[in-house]
Design a protein around this ligand. Structure first.
Ligand SMILES: *Cc1c(COP(=O)(O)O)cnc(C)c1O
Length: 463
């Protein structure tokens, strides 16, 4: 399978090059040249365990020259061996819905599905090419730990993650700083998340430094992350079909960067038994506004109980937009330029593809998030994390055909968001891995929020 850029100015490249490129060189996002059709394989696929299904799905997107069958099998097995549940992504009935628990990976959030695989892919590709990769990132809390967990202990990779000193929750901080592998460098900068992003941009803009030190990023637009996430849409739909005998399911997905739900969109186009997908946002509702009106317009970010979805520009949305404008790269370039300039673009909702008939949408505010957590706890004894609650609330409202079962993606373990859960039900959820963090040794360097300080920390550690 080859990959091209949504903006049409990158020559087609293979999977390994796409993984290493991340963001396309022309500023666009990489997509496969075709979407495989798999309807004829569903009966075989539904018999498979999770790693075997992941192998079958990923095999369609990776040529054997890039990764042989044996190697891909090993990479997939290793990536999901770090999950603590034997089913990897258990699907459980909760009241009148089904919940797919995507939080059994090392950091208890769904990003582990993509980042555990991405770390192993990087290691494999770098070894073959005799290259090094030094990842530099800035986090406001949640994504840093999943990236660290993905590359800890891997050969030829180092990772430097900046977080704002004393401004992330103690639990999030410890999920990062208790990782003591030699290749992991936590930096607490004496500043804000924006300072971290500014420093990161400055380092990447110094092209000589970037090249000399083989700097790279693990951003949410990496194609491998989308590919890894396609797998569990098939998995989840099969499990609900087994439980209900339904011909198809509806999937509700709490959405921030549109990465997870875009994977679902591709799974549906490939032939997964998904009647429709629900794009669920919190009060930061740029996406639900777009799907309701055809207008994609930026506003300011408001903090919510579901912080991993507090996003105004959905970095993966361009992938969907490419299909929505009829696979016309020139038109897409114009739209993205207009958005960069004016912060707004408008497609007629009647335009073909703009509102895909397989998509529904809605948003959920703080009060509804809390009452959803409370309601499911009271009625079913199940604790939803606040991100999952957004998907459950919007999914339940967007669900028109009551007879089509609703599968809600649970993107984080509720113990990660103790304050919101306590506000909803008067007690926090617990998880032994998180309880254990307080007893573990930590390592972290506190630095001033300057480019010079971070740069010299990186160079001295890589010397
Ligand atoms: C990142 C994240 C999301 C949003 O996923 P996107 O792919 O950005 O849409 C939802 N829930 C949790 C817990 C997350 O960490």
């Amino acid at each position: 399978m080859n990959y091209f850029s949504t903006r049409g100015q990158v020559e087609p490249i293979g999977f390994a090059d796409a993984v290493m490129m991340g963001l396309a060189d022309d500023g666009g996002l990489l997509l496969p040249v075709s979407i495989p059709a798999v309807a004829d394989r569903l009966e075989t696929w539904r018999q498979l365990d999770y790693p075997s299904l992941a192998f079958e799905v990923l095999r369609l997107f990776i040529s054997t020259e890039d990764i042989s069958d044996d190697e891909l099998q090993t990479l997939v097995t290793r990536s999901y061996a770090t999950f603590e549940h034997p089913e990897i992504a258990p699907v459980v009935p909760v009241g009148d819905i089904y919940v797919m628990e995507l939080f059994h990976g090392p950091t208890l959030a769904f990003k582990d599905f993509a980042l555990q695989l991405l770390g192993n892919l990087f290691e494999h590709i770098l070894a073959r090419r005799g290259q090094q990769l030094n990842i530099v990132g800035a986090t406001s809390g949640d994504t840093g730990s999943a990236a660290i967990a993905g590359v800890r202990g891997k050969a030829n990779i180092s990772i430097f993650v900046m977080h704002p000193h004393n401004r992330v929750s103690p639990l999030q901080e410890r999920q990062m700083t208790t990782v003591l592998d030699d290749n992991v460098h936590n930096i607490a900068i004496e500043g804000t998340f924006d300072d971290g992003q500014r420093i990161m941009k400055a380092l990447f803009n110094d092209l000589a430094f970037k090249q000399d030190y083989s700097l790279g990023a693990v951003n949410s637009v990496n194609w491998a992350r989308v590919a890894a996430q396609i797998v569990y849409y098939f998995w989840g739909a099969f499990r609900v079909q087994e439980a209900t005998g339904a011909a198809a399911v509806q999937c509700s997905v709490p959405t921030g960067n549109f990465g997870d739900v875009f994977a679902g969109y591709l799974a549906r186009r490939m032939g997964a038994p998904i009647a429709n997908l629900v794009v669920a946002t919190n009060e930061n509702d740029i996406l639900s506004r777009f799907f309701a009106t055809g207008v994609y317009s930026r506003s300011t970010v408001v903090p919510t109980l579901s912080p991993s979805m507090d996003i105004q520009i959905a970095s993966n949305f361009e992938r969907y937009l490419y299909y929505a404008v009829g696979e016309d790269s020139e038109r897409l370039r114009d739209l993205m330029a207009a958005f960069a300039e004016a912060g707004e673009i408008s497609l007629s909702p009647a335009a073909p593809g703009c509102m895909d008939p397989g998509l529904r949408t809605g948003s959920c505010d703080t009060a509804a998030t809390l009452s959803t957590i409370r309601g499911y706890h009271e009625a079913a004894g199940y604790i939803l994390d606040p991100h999952t609650a957004v998907g459950v609330d919007v999914g339940a409202r967007a669900r028109k055909e009551a007879e089509v079962p609703l599968l809600c993606l649970a993107t984080a373990h509720p113990a990660k968001f103790a304050a919101a859960v306590t506000e909803a039900i008067g007690e926090a959820a617990r998880h032994p891995a998180l309880d254990a963090l307080t007893r573990l040794e930590t390592r972290c360097e506190v630095l001033p929020a300057t480019e010079a300080a971070v740069r010299s920390h990186i160079t001295s550690n890589l010397a």
